[in-house]
Design a protein around this ligand. Structure first.
Ligand code: ZN
Length: 308
């Protein structure tokens, strides 16, 4: 699983990716990760297409968290074979002696998404999978210049698109979203349910940062809109890429100044304060389903459990 809280373990080779000779040399010795426009790629060692429920085992201590155990899945990479095509071959980076490119597949890949496979991959492979997922979504959705509508060309070995008309480089967009673990004076955690979720599924509150807004303001606003709660203290927790299709999740911990919950009834249909004992009991009973291990939501819940 990606660590996300320290330095990257892969080298994105930003100093080499605009040098055609350097990219050609990397290509000759490289490995390929095939990925489709929906961000699915082949993985060895994922036994189920639905590893979401594994979070429950972790919380209950039945199984150690993936981050603390040996990686159990690997990307299915193939040796580079054939001609480098800038439009569909994107340099992801290097770890040790291994250089990895993504190869866009127009056909659906029989594989897994970052959400599913991420928790089981090594740190380096989770980083490659996150970058490939973000690039695949971007290249598939924005082939034209947003300023003039001209078809753009892939440059910088996959991380930039160039508009020949504007003569400007176009970069992938990342949409910031905040996610926040709120506790009350008894150190209970607020978990909420969205109406569109499967029965029993709960998570911490989250929402997109709006135009002209700071992260802290977004935290206060989203929490009040979705739960009616006012916050007294907000502190940064950490972040992680969430390329579904192009977010970065910015995690916070917050203290509630008020306890009364008033849900909006539309996006959020219910919300409750949980003690650690109640949370574990409901997970054990199967009446509460926590977010998947790949998510920062899961990291926030695990962090709160560990501090109890
Ligand atoms: Zn243009």
């Amino acid at each position: 699983m990606g660590n996300w809280s320290g330095a990257s373990v892969t080298d994105r080779l930003d100093g080499e990716r605009r040098n055609a000779d350097a990219v050609a040399a990397l290509w000759r010795g490289g490995w390929l990760l095939v990925i489709d426009d929906n961000g699915r790629f082949p993985v060895a060692g994922v036994s189920s297409a639905d590893p979401w429920g594994t979070a429950n085992d972790v919380v209950l201590g039945v199984r150690p968290a993936a981050a603390e155990s040996a990686p159990s899945a690997q990307l299915l990479l193939s040796r580079v074979d054939g001609t480098y095509e800038p439009e569909r071959h994107w340099l992801l980076g290097r770890d040790g002696d291994r250089v990895v490119f993504a190869e866009r597949s127009a056909d659906p890949v029989d594989g897994f998404s970052l959400r599913e496979a991420g928790p089981l991959l090594s740190e380096a492979e989770a980083e490659y999978a996150a970058m490939a997922s973000a690039l695949a979504a971007w290249h598939a959705s924005e082939p034209y210049c947003p300023a003039c509508g001209t078809a753009t060309a892939v440059v910088a070995a996959g991380t930039v698109r160039h508009c020949p008309s504007c003569r400007q480089d176009r970069f992938p967009r990342t949409d910031p979203a905040i996610i926040v673990a709120i506790t009350d004076p008894e150190d209970r955690l607020l978990l909420a349910r969205q109406g569109v979720w499967a029965t029993g599924r709960h998570s911490v509150l989250a929402g997109f940062v709006e135009a002209g807004e700071s992260l802290e303001q977004a935290v206060h606003r989203e929490v009040f809109e979705e739960s009616g709660i006012r916050l007294s203290q907000v502190e940064y927790f950490g972040s992680q890429p969430w390329p579904f299709p192009r977010s970065i999740m910015l995690g916070f911990r917050a203290r509630a100044a008020t306890r009364q919950i008033t849900v909006d009834g539309e996006e959020i249909v219910s919300a409750r304060w949980f003690t650690r004992e109640a949370l574990r009991a409901e997970v054990a009973a199967g009446t509460l389903i926590l977010p998947g291990e790949a998510s920062i939501a899961f990291r926030l819940v695990r962090d709160w459990l560990a501090r109890g």
